[in-house]
Every structure is written in C-alpha cells, then in structure tokens.
Design a protein around this ligand. Structure first.
Ligand code: FES
Ligand code: FES
Length: 162
C-alpha cells in the first residue's frame, strides 16, 4: 500500500505493509532514536510526535499515518523547545544512557507546551509510567519543572523584544 506522510519536515511516499508498526519502519530506516523496547506501549522508548503530539510508535500501524506529520527526536533536536529542555536537564545534571531519550524528551515537550505552570507533584504523576533505570523520578520532575520556567522566560523575552 502506498502511504504519504511527512517525516521531520520532508514529504515522503512509501510502499509498505499497512499493518507494519511505525516503530519498525523507523528502525529499519535508521532513525536511531527509536529503540528496541517492549513493543507493547509500556516503556516509551519508541515515542515520536504525530501531528505534534507524542505517541508510542510501536502501537501505530503505518495505515494510520497517511497524510500526517511525524517528528522523531532527530528532527525535534532543531527546535527551540529541544534547546530549552536540554538546558534544563544539563542544569539539573540529568544524564541519560539514551535508551528512553525519546520518551523523556517528548513527554517533557508535551508538559512545557500544554501545562507550563504545572507543579512538581503533578509532573511526577504524569511521567511515572516511563520506565527508566538512569534517572530518579524526583530529579526528572525537577528537570521538567525547570524546562517549563526556561521556556516561559524565553517566550516572555521574545514578546518583549517585539
Ligand atoms: S517500545 Fe513502544 S512503548 Fe515500549
Ligand atoms: S535513559 Fe537510561 S534507561 Fe532511561
């Protein structure tokens, strides 16, 4: 089946089995941010943005991505929000092995975009589903909390500069 979509800003048409999962397609095409995770929607290591919202790509058949925009971590790294998140995680000394980077970064993106005044306790509830051996929940929540502040300030500065 022919499927048209955009990936990291580039239009593409592929001829694939519509039942194949998006995570499989991405791994086969060298999007290295997608890891070999649980394949059951339980670990977050296959997260991508679909029309700018985080989804677990191991649960999405290719048939469902027709005419959508997919962003992997590779594409997201060029965004201002990625820079905000990276800055916050560096300041809080949050280091990753890389296994669940995509899940961590995209859940942080969702929070800073949709709920920038969230409390640390609310953050912990929202991200507790991510299974990560590298970062404690408390320190991850602190990183997200700081990322919210950094993004708010960047937007405020931008508005004042106009
Ligand atoms: S590989 Fe998709 S959620 Fe674990
Ligand atoms: S970043 Fe290492 S397991 Fe999550």
């Amino acid at each position: 089946m022919k499927i048209k979509f955009e990936i990291n800003g580039h239009p593409i048409e592929i001829n694939e089995n519509p039942k194949k999962k998006l995570s499989e397609y991405l791994k086969q095409n060298n999007y290295f941010s997608i890891k070999n995770g649980c394949n059951q929607g339980k670990c977050g290591s296959c997260t991508v943005l679909l029309n700018n919202n985080p989804v677990l790509s191991c649960l999405i058949p290719l048939a469902e991505i027709e005419q959508t925009q997919i962003t992997t971590l590779e594409g997201f790294m060029k965004s201002d929000e990625y820079v905000d998140i990276e800055k916050a995680f560096k300041q809080k000394n949050i280091n990753f092995c890389g296994y669940c980077n995509a899940g961590k970064i995209f859940i942080t993106y969702k929070i800073i975009k949709h709920n920038p005044f969230i409390t640390r306790e609310e953050i912990k509830k929202e991200v507790s589903f991510l299974k990560c051996n590298c970062v404690e929940l408390d320190s991850f929540a602190n990183g997200i909390y700081l990322a919210c502040a950094i993004r708010r300030n960047r937007i405020k500065d931008k508005l004042h500069a106009k």
